[in-house]
Design a protein around this ligand. Structure first.
Ligand code: GRG
Length: 288
């Protein structure tokens, strides 16, 4: 299997659907529409929707059945980045190599564009909803993106700033802030399939979620702004507790390798697992 070609093909297919959704929105305020489209079309790896679509294909779920959820998860991810970049949170000027939403449109519009994308996510996910499997998938995505997931992790992260953090709190923050949405990508596909391989995919998702965060911390410490398209070295400057500041680079790399091994082992008996295995390896090797 040519992993890169398959990733790019699925990403392209997904982006066509995403852009068509955004372009066809009927929004009376042109600035709001422009702000929503600006962040949606700013690029990005489309990692979560690609993971969800490929997991669904592996579980023999129809692409039309998974697409509303794939669109929803990317819209949720995009809103979270807009809000995370705001002056009241991470205060970032650049994202994906471009000025952040509030730098272009002002803070009020950035908040509203994020809110609008979040609402659009649920509207899209619920379009054509039917059957207990899809209802369960919707509940899971809502929960994992909310106070028991991404927002919960972000809240603890914000509230921990400047405090001495213990290992348990660091793990809680990362399992939720970054890990839950990534785990949701595989679990939503499993829910829609009628819970096929749900336990194996949960362990896989949790491990690649953690792997994603550890590599993010390593990249923040070692990359240049040009490579990442955002400000780097912020964690150390802000005295933020990260895997790198807590364990150092070498131990963090070892932990990343352990997560990769755990993820691969979890799905070793799952049929047609090649793409998911290659995807886990890609996270470890990623440069942005
Ligand atoms: C504001 C509710 C709320 C949540 C914010 C996503 C998030 C939670 C914070 C972002 C902080 C951060 C840099 C986390 C590290 C992992 C992460 C989510 C990186 C960005 O995701 P990528 O690499 O981005 O998938 P692209 O640009 O490729 O889409």
């Amino acid at each position: 299997m040519n992993f890169n070609a398959k990733y790019e093909e699925t990403k392209k297919y997904f982006e066509e659907k995403l852009y068509s959704l955004i372009d066809n929105l009927s929004i009376s305020d042109e600035t709001l529409k422009t702000a929503m489209a600006y962040s949606v079309k700013a690029g990005g790896k489309r990692f979560r929707p690609v993971l969800m679509i490929e997991t669904a294909k592996m579980l023999e779920v129809n692409i039309e059945d998974i697409m509303p959820f794939a669109l929803a998860i990317e819209l949720i991810h995009t809103y979270s980045l807009i809000h995370d970049d705001l002056p009241c949170m991470d205060n970032d000027d650049f994202r994906r190599g471009k000025p952040t939403s509030h730098k272009v449109f002002g803070e009020a519009l950035a908040v509203l564009a994020g809110d609008a994308l979040l609402n659009l996510a649920y509207e899209t996910m619920l379009r054509g909803i039917g059957g207990i499997y899809k209802v369960n998938a919707s509940r899971l995505l809502s929960r994992f993106a909310g106070y028991q997931g991404m927002i919960g992790g972000q809240a603890t992260d914000v509230l921990s700033e400047g405090k001495a953090l213990d290992e348990e709190t660091l793990n809680y923050i990362h399992q939720n802030k970054t890990g839950k949405l990534i785990t949701a990508a595989v679990l939503v596909a499993s829910c829609v399939s009628g819970d096929k391989y749900i336990n194996e995919l949960r362990t896989y998702g949790e491990n690649i979620g953690l792997l994603f965060q550890i590599t993010d911390d390593i990249l923040d410490a070692l990359s240049t702004s040009n490579e990442l398209g955002k400000t780097v070295g912020k964690d150390e400057k802000a005295k933020k507790l990260t895997f790198v500041t807590l364990y150092g680079i070498e131990k963090s790399k070892q932990m990343a390798q352990d997560c990769l091994n755990n993820a691969i082992n979890a799905i070793s008996d799952v049929d047609d697992n090649e793409f998911l295995i290659e995807l886990a390896k890609y996270i470890l090797d990623r440069k942005s």
